[in-house]
Design a protein. Sequence first.
Length: 349
Amino acid sequence: MMRLPCFRFHAPRTVREAAELLASTPGAMLVAGGTDLLPNMKRRQQVPGTLVGLRRVAELRTITRGATLSGSPANDDELTIGAGVTLTELVRDGRIRQGYGALWQAAAQIATPHLRNMGTLGGNLCLDTRCNYYDQNYEWRKAIDFCMKKDGGTCWVATSSPTCLAVSSTDTAPALLALGARVTIVSADASRQLAVSDLYRNDGIHYLTKQPAEVLTAVHLPPLDGWRSTYWKLRRRGSFDFPVLSVAAAAKIRADGTVEAARIVLGAVASRPIEVPAAAAALAGRRITDELIATAATLAARPAKPMDNTDFTLLWRKRVTRDFVTYALRELRGDDVRELRHRVSRMLL
């Protein structure tokens, strides 16, 4: 049985108190639902001496239109989601399902109902990167002389790589990138907003631009009148598993069926979600025909460079990237893909 290491625990009631605890306690880490961090601690992948719990910070558990959160203003027409909102709460909110389909689909496909009851939006955005050589217990990792991400100096995925190639496995980040969302980040003495795309680096170790003493407090979704969005996820089982490939797509489609603007984002093919502007640009000003879908899907698959660090073979994962982009664009076009989604992703949404 793997047990948690010893640690101190603080349960602040405000964001400011949490930020001050982080600033004054070197090595402290935030915990909300704990569905990722606590198993990592049991495997000794992360061993913080202090945990700062966010479950009692009430302002992080709200979903409001145009609200101000922790001193960071939001526009009147934006939807502001607190980072402490659970994935279950997100899925149950009709505003998310009706206006931000990609985010709703992404949240609905994360893990299992029990874990969605605990896991939070902020936690999923900050999810640790994953790798077959890293997500093992301490004794297993010690037997291979550890890896670059924790306690070692070599990336066993590609031994000549100067950087860690652990893969981004967050579901909500690709969806939020496609939806043009922003996040608020608060420290003990300041707050800032940035696009979700600027929250990530393509580095398996330092995958977040958020600093250790900062708290991600909210996600801001712009109004998306006329936009459609979708999220497709590849995994071995129909629940519980992390994605080994994901595709988030959004498009603003005019009444005549032509695309005014679009965004396509790939997940789980690198250490951060990958935007594909060339594929999105190919859609602009044109109707979504089968030929256009094939062109855009081919363009979208080119930057996908999955590594041998997760489930399935890397060559197959790269090949099916084109297929999953095709499925997403067909859904944006308005095709009935329910049977296809059930067969391919084992999901009924």
